[in-house]
Ligand binder design. Structure first.
Ligand SMILES: NC(=O)c1ccc[n+]([C@@H]2O[C@H](COP(=O)([O-])OP(=O)(O)OC[C@H]3O[C@@H](n4cnc5c(N)ncnc54)[C@H](OP(=O)(O)O)[C@@H]3O)[C@@H](O)[C@H]2O)c1
Length: 304
């Protein structure tokens, strides 16, 4: 496993983390394809594989994801795990974030969260009060770092400007081979400023693994809302290139591992793939060991 500092916080995180939206959400097959016991085994195995960074949110499974992590944590060394959670934007007022944080701490069964993120920019509430409240929480020890998610460069800089004594640690955004627009300005800016990019949906919710195609779509499309609705048109040639590169290398690494290795190829960008089985987890963790050559990278990057 490879590790990097989260922002400039001194907190060490694995470049491949574990996303846990899948834990508790029925549209991801919760209760059918995966349940609490499997989720707890995945978390424990993740730690054994060197993955120390676990991402969740109050909204995932309406708190179920955090509760499952809380249960897993009771059998783990808390200090070995870096837990990131998020407050949903309808709560981004001073009292709203404070209440949300306390509820998350209770569900997670812990006295502090390593990274507390604003899940989406709020179209309604001004950010200033919430950011200052989080800064006080950080100084009182209930948070170790403050982050945002789905913030543009401008929104991130605004959030940053409200912090008086600390800096933002990270911006969690959708970034993968099918969603590359953050490369234009946000990613280079964050790399210069020492703010970590946490890439979510790094496998484009399964599309980049090669197991889906135009005639082979996953069951229950609604669970992959951001992919199917936001992309509009999926460029399947990207998936074909991943398969071709995997073939050229003899099938190992797999297309999924190549897709993850591409996301984390540079410093300052980490990925948090979700996993619904120990096999998926193992495969994803191993992607951190892959070094892509410049040739591999340009082969995967279809010219626009
Ligand atoms: N901040 C935000 O707004 C936001 C939004 C979305 C996600 N997130 C976070 O980012 C995490 C990851 O994003 P995501 O879940 O949207 O997408 P993802 O990580 O790109 O895809 C995860 C899904 O891909 C499939 N998969 C994973 N590893 C695989 C492997 N090795 N081989 C084959 N299939 C594999 C599994 O689904 P199947 O087995 O069903 O195919 C898995 O549930 C989430 O869990 C969440 O923590 C954050």
């Amino acid at each position: 496993m490879r590790y990097e500092q989260l922002g400039r916080t001194g907190i060490k995180v694995s470049k491949i983390g574990l996303g846990t939206w899948q834990f508790g959400a029925s549209y991801w097959g919760w209760g059918k394809e995966i349940g609490e016991e499997e989720a707890i085994s995945i978390i424990r195995r993740a730690l054994e594989l060197g993955i120390n960074f676990i991402d969740t949110a109050e909204i995932y499974g309406w708190g179920r994801s955090e509760r499952v992590i809380g249960k897993a944590l009771s059998r783990l060394d808390r200090e070995e795990v870096v837990i990131a959670t998020k407050v949903f934007p309808y709560r981004v007022t001073v009292s709203g974030v404070l209440k949300a944080l306390r509820n998350s701490l209770r569900r997670l069964n812990t006295s502090y969260v390593d990274l507390y993120q604003i899940h989406w920019p709020s179209p309604i509430f001004p950010l200033k009060g919430a950011m200052r409240a989080l800064e006080r929480e950080l100084e009182e020890g209930r948070i170790r770092a403050i982050g945002v998610s789905n913030f543009s460069l401008k929104q991130m800089e605004e959030a940053r400007s409200y912090l008086q004594r600390h800096d933002l640690a990270s911006d969690q955004i959708e970034y993968n081979l099918l969603k590359r627009d953050p490369e234009r300005d946000l990613i280079p800016h964050c790399q210069r400023e020492g703010i970590t990019i946490i890439a979510y949906s790094p496998l484009a919710q399964g599309l980049l693994t090669g197991k889906y195609g135009p005639g082979r779509m996953p069951k229950g499309l609604q669970r992959r809302l951001n992919i199917w609705h936001l992309y509009g048109r999926i460029d399947w040639s990207v998936v074909e290139r991943l398969k071709e590169l995997a073939d050229r290398k003899g099938g190992e690494p797999s297309p999924a591992q190549l897709a993850l290795a591409w996301v984390i190829r540079d410093e300052g960008v980490d990925a948090i793939p979700g996993a619904k089985s120990l096999d998926q987890l193992r495969s994803n963790a191993k992607a951190a060991e892959i070094e892509l050559s410049d040739e591999d990278i340009s082969f995967l990057e279809v010219p626009e």
